[in-house]
Design a protein around this ligand. Structure first.
Ligand SMILES: [Zn+2]
Length: 222
């Protein structure tokens, strides 16, 4: 067997570890190789082929399933993560405003998540093109580690191969919002609190001290 044949065999065996979707199979070779490497990082099949029954969109279950994604996780990915193809920081400040997509009228929908047996998490959603509602919605997905950090991400939009488009950003913000909802309780949700009665007797030492210092300053200036 030639070394080229052996390389092909090895390459194919890596792909066979994971089920690929029709979409991923149509990617150009280098993009497909990168896509498979991302699946390998997360250790899961292509999210587009994972059946519906494994995902949940229930708010209560999302709060249980999703890890604690904090704003630092958003920033670390959208700004500081290295781009795969260039090695430069993502520096995607524009996507830092992609929370606006979540609040856009009907733009962001079918937000779902699942927990993998290796304790990583997948989150996905559908996002309408803001200028072309008639086109099929985009399908970004993001993989999180148990600490809430982004492992990797993908989107089937034109910029999706860059792994940091605004649709990916919207997913990360979606997970952040879920986490904020479960950690931020309103005043009426929290146990009732009362100010403790002070048991410390009132003294005049502070006033004495202020007077002493004031007199000292006055004496210095006179
Ligand atoms: Zn996208």
């Amino acid at each position: 067997m030639s070394s080229e044949d052996a390389e092909d065999l090895l390459h194919d065996s890596v792909i066979e570890l994971f089920d690929l979707s029709d979409y991923s199979s149509t990617l150009p070779n280098d993009a497909k190789e990168r896509y498979v490497a991302k699946l390998n990082e997360v250790q899961c099949d292509c999210p587009y082929v994972i059946e519906n029954e494994y995902w949940t969109s229930s708010t209560q279950e999302l709060e249980t399933i999703l890890p604690s994604v904090e704003f630092g996780d958003v920033w670390n990915y959208l700004v500081y993560r290295k781009q795969f193809y260039t090695g430069n920081d993502m520096n995607n400040y524009k996507s830092c405003k992609s929370y606006e997509i979540i609040f856009g009228d009907g733009l962001f929908f079918e937000f779902k998540a699942l927990k993998l047996t290796n304790n990583n998490f997948l989150a996905k959603a559908k996002v309408h093109h803001s200028m072309a509602f008639s086109l099929p919605p985009l399908r970004p997905w993001v993989a999180f580690n148990p600490a809430g950090g982004v492992i990797t991400a993908h989107c089937d939009c034109i910029a999706g191969l860059g792994e940091c488009c605004s649709h990916v950003g919207a997913i990360i913000f979606g997970a952040l919002v879920v986490n904020a909802q479960k950690t931020t309780l309103t005043v009426t949700d929290q146990p009732m609190k009362w100010l403790r009665k002070s048991v410390k007797p009132v003294t005049y030492s502070y006033l004495y001290c202020v007077n002493t210092v004031t007199n000292f300053i006055v004496s210095l200036n006179s």
